[in-house]
Design a protein. Structure first.
Ligand code: ZN
Length: 284
């Protein structure tokens, strides 16, 4: 009898732990930003190894990534506003449509697609078999990224002229307003035209920073660590440090395409680690 009770408790314990783990790794996470509803849509999740890191000392790796791997995701963001539905990046295009549907949005409802940069995990979902996935959308991308990426130019051909090339503004000037309450901010380094988008509604803000980070576990405490897929690792490190400082000082919540679930959270300076930051994921 006693053994059965212990076994039952053990089963219950495993079940409860599994449930908790699931809650920390959902596929969609939404927040309200004024009149906007902004949702992280998870497309893929995996653990990444140390091979991609540039500039991480053995001591830092032992301290911040003791297991030798860190969680890594691919995500896109849906912005629902009174002006219509907007997508920021499109992931690989494998799971996004399914998740949009669960949010009550069809591909045809997307009026605008904002592109942070032209890597495959961000723009592959734009077109399928040479045809636009978001048939009613206009695609917005930075001029510099368009000039740099043959892949982006190829995908945009499916949109038959429905694209708009923009010049993002600097962080210190608050960026370039490209739609009501939507600001494009340059964050070059990861790619030559890498762009962040700041959303503002009723005094609330959220900065979707694209690929400013890939390995939060070490790039928060050590923003100087870059990754091998940064076009210019030194520039990427520099822009990361200034954006983290900006987000922390101005208390602007952030969201990132490779920030693990919930993908959206707050940045604060780490008082015990000068130059380092702490990310706190939103809980509601
Ligand atoms: Zn990426």
């Amino acid at each position: 009898m006693r053994i059965t009770a212990i076994a039952l408790l053990a089963v219950l314990f495993v079940f409860v732990c599994k449930g908790a783990a699931r809650a920390e790794s959902g596929e969609i996470f939404s927040v309200a930003v004024g009149d906007l509803k902004i949702s992280m849509i998870l497309e893929a999740q995996r653990d990444s190894g140390l091979d991609f890191l540039i500039g991480a000392s053995p001591e830092d790796i032992a301290k911040f990534i003791p297991s030798g791997s860190y969680p890594s995701v691919v995500a896109a963001y849906l912005v629902q506003s009174p002006d219509g539905a907007m997508l920021v990046d499109t992931g690989f295009g494998r799971e996004i449509g399914r998740h949009l549907k669960s949010l009550g949005v069809s591909d045809g409802d997307i009026k605008t697609v904002l592109v942070t940069h032209a890597h495959g995990d961000h723009i592959s979902g734009l077109a399928k078999d040479g045809k636009a996935v978001y048939k009613n959308a206009k695609v917005i991308a930075a001029k510099g990224e368009y000039a740099w990426s043959a892949d982006l130019r190829k995908h945009l051909r499916a949109y038959d002229g429905r694209h708009e090339l923009i010049t993002p503004g600097g962080l210190e000037t608050g960026g370039t307003e490209i739609r009501r309450g939507v600001y494009a901010i340059e964050a070059y380094g990861h790619t030559p035209g890498h762009t962040m988008f700041l959303f503002e509604s009723k005094g609330e803000k959220l900065l979707i920073w694209g690929d400013l980070t890939h390995a939060m576990a070490i790039q928060m405490p050590r923003p100087g660590v870059s990754v091998t897929y940064d076009s210019d690792p030194a520039a990427a490190a520099e822009v990361r440090a200034s954006v983290l400082k900006y987000a922390a000082e101005n208390k602007i919540p952030i969201a990132g395409m490779h920030v693990a679930y919930p993908g959206i959270g707050d940045i604060s300076a780490d008082p015990e680690n000068p130059g380092g930051y702490i990310f706190t994921g939103k809980t509601e």
